[in-house]
Design a protein around this ligand. Structure first.
Ligand SMILES: [Fe+2]
Ligand SMILES: [Fe+2]
Length: 151
C-alpha cells in the first residue's frame, strides 16, 4: 500500500475535522434568531461529531506509523445563519471528497478501506442534510406523485 499517499490525505481530512470542531462550536455560540435553539443544538452536535471523526482519523494515521497533524484547515467565521449553513455544506463536501480520495488509495488494506467507507458514508449523509436545509434538492418525482392522500 502507498501508505505515504494515504497518510497525506488523512492528515488533510484531520485538518478539516479540527476546523469543523472549532467552526461549528463558534456557530453554536453565535447563532441568533427564532430558530437559535435548533441550530445551536445542530452545530454543537456537528462539532462533537468532528471531534469523534478526528479521533478516529488520528488513530489511523498513527496505525500507519505517522504523526497526526495539529493544524486545523481554514475556519470560516460569520454571525449570519445562512452563511453558517453554506459554510457547513462546503466543509462537509470537502470532507466527503477528501475521504473518497483517501479510499481510492486504500484498496489493498481491507480494514482501512472499511473505515474510510464509513467516513465517506457519514460525510455523504451530512452533505445531503445541508443540501436539504438549504433547499438545494431537485426532486425528480412530479408534485402529483409526491402528493399525500389528502389531495
Ligand atoms: Fe467528519
Ligand atoms: Fe462531517
Amino acid at each position: 500500500m502507498k501508505a505515504e499517499a494515504t497518510v497525506k490525505i488523512l492528515n488533510r481530512a484531520l485538518s478539516l475535522e479540527y476546523a469543523g470542531i472549532i467552526q461549528y462550536s463558534q456557530n453554536a455560540q453565535l447563532v441568533q434568531g427564532l430558530h437559535r435553539e435548533i441550530y445551536h443544538d445542530l452545530f454543537k452536535k456537528l462539532s462533537e461529531e468532528c471531534l469523534d471523526h478526528a479521533g478516529k482519523v488520528g488513530r489511523w494515521i498513527v496505525l500507519l506509523d505517522s504523526i497526526p497533524t495539529v493544524e486545523p484547515a481554514a475556519i470560516k467565521q460569520t454571525t449570519d445563519l445562512n452563511e453558517m449553513l453554506r459554510n457547513a455544506l462546503e466543509l462537509e463536501r470537502e470532507a466527503y471528497e477528501t475521504y473518497a480520495e483517501a479510499l481510492k488509495t486504500a484498496q489493498d488494506n481491507p480494514a482501512l478501506r472499511l473505515f474510510l467507507e464509513e467516513m465517506v458514508y457519514d460525510e455523504y449523509l451530512q452533505v445531503d442534510e445541508f443540501e436539504k436545509i438549504l433547499g438545494k434538492k431537485n426532486f425528480q418525482a412530479s408534485a402529483k406523485e409526491a402528493r399525500t392522500h389528502k389531495s
